[in-house]
Each structure stands twice: as C-alpha cells, then as structure tokens.
Design a protein around this ligand. Structure first.
Ligand code: DGL
Length: 271
C-alpha cells in the first residue's frame, strides 16, 4: 500500500482488521507530500515508482491508499503492473451510494482529486448531483497532528461555508480526512453521513484476493506490518501514534527509489 503520508493509515487499519493474517508493507512518501497540490503527471510518476518499489519487495497485490495518486494513475497502473492493483475511489462511491438518502453528495478532496473529477463522474452516472470542494489545508493539518482542535475547525468552516442546505452525505475523498471526522461532525452536525471508504476498500481487497486465489489461509499468528517512510521518521511515528495506526516496524525508505521497470515504460512513464 502507499500514500503520500499518514493518510493511508486509515485504509491500512481497515485492511489489518479485515485481513489480520496478511502481511502489509506501507509506503508513506512524506518527503514528497502533499501530492494533492502537484501536477497530475508528477503524481502519476510517484504512483508508478512506489508501485515498482512494492513489486520489487515481492508484494502479491497493491492498494493505492491515496485518492490523489489513484485518480492520477488508475486504471493505467492496474493494467501495467504485474500484480493486482486496487484503488479507493470506487469503494468510497459504493459506500456513499449505500448511505445516500437523497439530495446532492458532497465530495471533499485535494485539488488533484477534485480536478480529476472521478467521484463526480461516478455520482453523475448514478444520477446524483455532486458538490465538490478542494480542501488543500486539511492534509498539512492532519500531518501536523492538529486534526482535532480550533485550527482544524476554523479551516473546515471556511471550506464548508457555502455547502448546499440539503447536503446529507459527504464523501471523505482523501485518506487523510477520516482523522478530521470529529471536527467535520462539529461543523456539519450529526445528520450528515460522513463516508470513509476504508472499510469498503478492505472488502474489495478481501474479495479480490479470495477470487484470485491469493488470500493467505488463517493462521494462529497475525501478519506483520512494515511501514517505510521517505521523510522524517520521528514526525511520522508521532502522527501515526495520534491517528492510532497499526503497530509494527517503521523504517526509512531512501529516495530516489529503484530503477524504473519495463512495465512502467510500457505505460508511458518517463525515466
Ligand atoms: N491522502 C492523499 C489522498 O487521499 C494525499 C494527500 C496529499 O498528499 O495531498 O488524496
């Protein structure tokens, strides 16, 4: 799995709960965060590079636990990679459709994700109006470990001030945003359903592994979780602990990453 930072830990936690016997390798690319404010081609390149790093480490499947990277690289990454690849957008949309009780659906995400328009397109296909809002300050707030407090609340009020009056469903279209749920709940009130696609993603991955014959049989001991981080280890550990990320080793991952692979070149990712 990979994300630009600690955000994907919300997805990792759901996967560890759903698939406790599997081993996980999580790449947090904190040295190059935020992805959501960078050009699509650059984020696509990061996604291919991190996927190649995971393939080199022998993973049997990849979860792009980052909406910005998923919208910039899928479905091309899934067609090119030598292992199955799953993203977070479709599971998030499914969870939103299951919870939808009428009216528009809000989509909160990074600039990258909102500009990609994937959530809006899926909702339009289901005949639902989207109210999409880029919230670029949310990611640094979560990475700073201040997701719960007055700074976060002020910023949330700013982004949500002009939301439609009949908004009752809001997709958290960035894997960092589940950390802001208490704040968003304060600003939006108890009647608005906040949709975190992490559990739905874990279901998709569990079904996919089973279908492809890749699931690890149940074992008495839980699987291992290894977290590899391109930026500062101490701040990562600090924020991961605040967010309740899974236990396991946290080690450095040095940039630049592995040489580019032929399957990346075939997908048109520049060397
Ligand atoms: N957590 C990521 C996402 O889901 C990326 C945030 C960022 O680096 O801007 O979009």
């Amino acid at each position: 799995m990979f994300d630009s930072g600690v955000g994907g830990l919300s997805v990792l936690s759901a996967l560890v709960r759903r698939l406790p016997h599997e081993d996980f390798v999580y790449l947090g690319d904190t040295a190059r965060l935020p992805y959501g404010s960078k050009p699509a081609a650059m984020v696509r390149g990061f996604a291919f590079e991190l996927a190649a790093e995971l393939v080199d480490r022998g993973v049997k499947a990849i979860v792009v636990a980052c909406n910005s990277a998923a919208t910039a690289s899928l479905p091309d990454l899934a067609s090119a990679a030598p292992v199955p690849v799953w993203g977070v957008v479709e599971p998030g949309v499914s969870a939103a459709l299951a919870a939808h009780t009428g009216g528009p659906v809000g989509v909160l995400g990074t600039h990258r994700t909102i500009a990609a328009g994937s959530y809006q397109a899926h909702l339009a296909a289901a005949g639902i109006d989207a109210w999409a809002r880029a919230c670029p300050l949310f990611v640094p707030i979560v990475e700073e470990g201040v997701a719960d407090g007055e700074i976060a609340e002020l910023v949330a009020r700013h982004y949500l001030a002009d939301r439609p009056a009949d908004l009752r469903t809001v997709i958290l279209g960035c894997t960092h945003y589940p950390a802001l749920v208490p704040t968003l709940r304060t600003v939006l009130g108890p009647a608005v359903a906040l949709i975190d696609g992490a559990n739905a993603t874990a279901e998709v991955v569990a079904d996919g592994l089973a279908r492809l014959g890749l699931a690890r049989p149940a074992a008495p001991a839980p699987g291992r979780v290894l977290q590899l981080v391109t930026g500062d280890l101490e701040s990562y550990r600090h924020v991961a602990a605040i967010l309740g990320g899974p236990a396991g080793d946290v080690l450095p991952l040095r940039l630049p990453l592995t040489p580019r692979k032929a399957w990346m070149a075939r997908a048109g990712v520049a060397a």
